[in-house]
Design a protein around this ligand. Structure first.
Ligand code: 3AM
Length: 178
């Protein structure tokens, strides 16, 4: 079985800037610079033959390359339940278009449709018992964060391997946008 997800990756300088936002929140586990990504679709565990089908379906996607601007930071969950600190992106029809194409390609491969609305974000940290005021301060202080525009000219199929520490992500294949 392979644990898969589809995501956008970012150039080194952008990843370093994102990683540079980290710090100052007790109870936060920060994403390593190399692991920063924007998930288009979490797939989960699939057998190898289905993974091959998924690869083929993703390779068949045609969608235009586009420019993306990263904009601001926020949190999923609130109060004591704050779970994820993230960096956001400016609204992008091209991004939504690509995500919809990925979603329909995966449904055609027999995966159940994603029920949740797509909320594009880059996970900066996962939180456990982070003090509310420190989370609030992080968001205030980093609220003006912006990066880009950067050219998004491919998307990537990743394998995620869960272990004792942070998950290890391996890029299996890149699909060009035209
Ligand atoms: O890209 P982010 O960090 O937001 O949380 C996991 C990570 O999200 C998410 O997929 C991304 C790559 O691992 N993920 C993990 N398990 C999931 C699940 N069962 C999940 N998303 C939805 N359902």
């Amino acid at each position: 079985m392979l644990r898969l997800f589809v995501a956008l990756d970012f150039p080194e300088d952008i990843r370093q800037r994102l990683a540079g936002l980290g710090g100052g929140v007790p109870g936060a586990r920060w994403t390593e610079a190399d692991n920063l990504h924007l998930t288009l679709r979490f797939i989960g565990e699939v057998p190898e033959d289905q993974a091959a089908e998924i690869d083929e379906a993703l390779a068949g996607i045609t969608a235009p390359a586009f420019d993306l601007v990263l904009d601001g930071v926020g949190v999923f969950g609130n109060g004591r339940n704050a779970r994820v600190l993230w960096a956001g992106v400016e609204r992008s029809d091209a991004l939504s278009h690509l995500q919809a194409k990925v979603e329909s390609a995966l449904v055609r491969c027999g995966l159940p449709a994603e029920e949740r609305k797509f909320s594009p974000h880059i996970t900066l940290a996962r939180l456990k018992d982070a003090p509310k005021d420190r989370v609030g301060r992080f968001i205030e202080e980093r609220g003006l964060f912006r990066a880009g525009p950067m050219r998004i000219d491919h998307f990537t199929l990743y394998r995620s391997q869960l272990g004792k520490g942070a998950a290890v992500y391996e890029a299996l294949r890149e699909y060009p946008l035209n």
